[in-house]
Design a protein around this ligand. Sequence first.
Ligand SMILES: [Zn+2]
Length: 468
Amino acid sequence: MKINFLGAAQNVTGSKHLIQTQGFNLLLDCGFYQGKRDESNKLNSTLPFEAKDINAVILSHAHLDHCGTLPILVKNGYKGKIYCTGATAEIAKYILLDSAGIQQQDCEYINSHLEEEQEPIVPIYTAEDVNKVVEHFQPIEYFRESNQWTELNENIRFKFYDAGHILGSAITFIEIKEPDGIKTLTFTGDMGRENSPILRSPEYVAENTQTLITECTYGDSLHQPLSNATSDFRNVINTVIKTKGKIIIPAFSLGRTQDIIYTLHKLLDNKAIPSLPIYVDSPLAENITEIFPKYIKDYDSDFWKDFGKRGDSPFFLKNLTYVRSTEQSKALNNKPGPMMIISASGMCEGGRVLHHLKNNIENPQNVILMAGFQAENTLGRKIQDGISPIKIYNKFYNVRAQVKTLKEFSAHADQGDLMSYISQLKNLERIFLVHTELRQSTVFKELLQKTYPSLPIEIPTMGQSFEM
Ligand SMILES: [Zn+2]
């Protein structure tokens, strides 16, 4: 068996790992690069292998950096199935359609502002390409529901454990029969936290795992407990109530937006925070929120305590409006504060949040509340790092609004969660650290090596292969 690390190697986007065994090519994730536009476009428009040579794809979850280049794979002739949970299949369709839509809008905008000698640009895929991907999805239940393995051929089978990261996210356990014995591998995809809102904690793999490919986005740090969010929200809301300002929260439409609404709803019910109008300005977030009630069996016990027992939906509350049309979205500019606008994209790389940032970032009455991981080279990271002025759609804006970071909201395991998860795995022989920047993984590797001195631990580089 050979493992090829073809994305999310020493960075946090573009997840792609290729397992090759006895002529079978199994691709784990096919994710989008996010970062500098030209560089990402180049990386996303081609694949580091022949699509026709891939026999099967396992998709860990529906975040764009894990599923975003599936349309390129299918466009280039991939004929096989894309195995994922039912929720992932439903959500990935919306995520990919949204990505196609953003590319289309970006191209139209850029092409309408071209200098004479510049060539017009085209989207790397369209909604039509996305609709072809959907036909390849093969929904698989978590093993706890089905009690069944999925066989890829007579030598390879796998099962899904709950990763607790976003709705539908899965940890994949793979068993491969090779002439010299059985090889086992666990791929965490992205792993959630203990005690996150709505979802269950990550499930432990019960079998012996020789090889572990684990994310370690936060391998160097510990998250604040979610209970701290109460005082953060209270402080920020009190500030804008006084200044009649606006709170702009750039948030992923998938996961983070639902987590924030859930938490705000709970805090408002308990009268722990003052009330103000809340707008969720993302049609994608609304589409995804509508999928959540279908998978209520995947929710954790806290949900039942907080909402389920009294038959209440966490995603609907007084003062909360889902904004669908562009006109409604634009109208928010002229509405006086105080108010909160939750809008995508989470790293400020596109979407309606850019318009809210443009309109609000120069006003000191407002607060930009960063609620998610901001990858290197994204606009979100620049705002978080205090860089001013910043460039939005080719124009510079001075950052005069307050910029705050909500550290509590992370859908990723932190260093402690990762260590405790790894300690539960049996008979580990080798660990690969992926989905991480080099600084975080180096810290985490040192810590792991102290605990497991004889275990080979690798931080693969892009394109690196290992014979197992
Ligand atoms: Zn993710």
